[in-house]
Design a protein around this ligand. Structure first.
Ligand SMILES: O=C(O)c1cc(=O)[nH]c(=O)n1[C@@H]1O[C@H](COP(=O)(O)O)[C@@H](O)[C@H]1O
Length: 277
């Protein structure tokens, strides 16, 4: 029986530092690496990142969109990357941000968190904006397979506030309501629940209760302007559960494997220090 995702993530963060590196093969990055914006370029880029980092960072987070844009051949590259990264010891969060009615969420759950799926990942990102309850199939299947689910709560982009800071009929902000749902899912889990929240590192003091007993995925560091030093200000007492995530600001150091490793090691160290306070 595989350990729950939260326990595996805590162990990986303690051993390797809390950093998550995003694999986001933007067309501009492929060109900057001297690669074609095509499947061969995608394959080389992705293999290089996995080879450079999967044996040393806690988490890799492929952004599904950048693979899907090449159709089935791109998805095949994604499949291989997920398998290779996990084999090398990294946990993989599939950044798919799926969200649909419950019966369709069962399909997304089967795609990403069923351990027998070709795209089986350690965790997946989902959007709760069809209602938190619509996520039930993915929450349940993830629990059954020892996988995790990261629910968008307060995203790093400024436009997110329009929806996430809106006030519900009960008087709470939507994001706060989502965080409460997440806390309920994680109640009693130790050392860490397997249902995470996504909270941008760009946001400053969030004013919401981040004590959800689960991991807090914190994108926005690097290209979007946040730094590891922002972590204590944004997350306060919850900083220990933060998984800081960096994509472009590390990826731009390729194609040199050494330079990718150096950049990731620098961020991992800075994030470890920031989280420790
Ligand atoms: O779920 C995410 O990872 C995510 C949530 C969020 O609020 N903001 C955000 O930027 N992301 C993702 O994190 C990555 C950020 O990339 P960089 O800005 O290049 O570090 C992208 O793949 C985004 O899709």
């Amino acid at each position: 029986m595989v350990q729950p995702f939260g326990a595996r993530l805590r162990a990986a963060m303690d051993e390797r530092g809390p950093l998550c590196v995003g694999i986001d093969p933007h067309a501009a990055l492929l060109r900057a690496w001297g690669l074609g914006d095509d499947v061969a370029g995608l394959e080389t880029f992705t293999r290089t990142v996995v080879e450079a980092l999967a044996d040393r960072v806690a988490v890799l987070k492929p952004q599904s969109a950048f693979f899907e844009r090449f159709g089935s051949k791109g998805v095949a590259v994604l499949e291989q990357a997920v398998a290779d990264a996990r084999a090398a010891g990294a946990l993989v969060i599939m950044d798919a941000k799926r969200g649909d009615i419950g019966s369709t969420m069962a399909g997304y759950a089967a795609a990403y968190v069923d351990k027998n799926s070709p795209l089986a990942s350690d965790a997946v990102t989902v959007s709760p904006y069809l209602g938190f309850g619509s996520l039930r199939p993915v929450l349940d299947l993830a629990a059954e397979h020892g996988a995790g689910v990261f629910v968008l709560a307060l995203t790093s982009n400024p436009e997110g506030a329009e929806v996430q800071r809106a006030v519900t009929a009960e008087g709470a902000e939507v994001a706060a309501a989502m965080l409460r749902h997440i806390a309920v899912e994680n109640a009693g889990a130790a050392p860490l629940g397997s249902v995470g929240a996504v909270v941008g590192a760009t946001l400053g003091d969030t004013g919401v209760d981040l004590a959800v007993n689960g991991p807090l995925l914190a994108p926005g560091i690097g290209a979007q302007g946040a730094t590891p030093a922002d972590i204590p200000r944004v997350f306060g007492a919850a900083a220990r559960n933060v998984v800081p995530s960096v994509s472009r600001e590390i990826l731009r150091h390729g194609p040199s494997v050494d330079a990718l490793r150096e950049s990731a090691a620098r961020y991992a160290g800075e994030c470890r220090d920031a989280v420790a306070g």
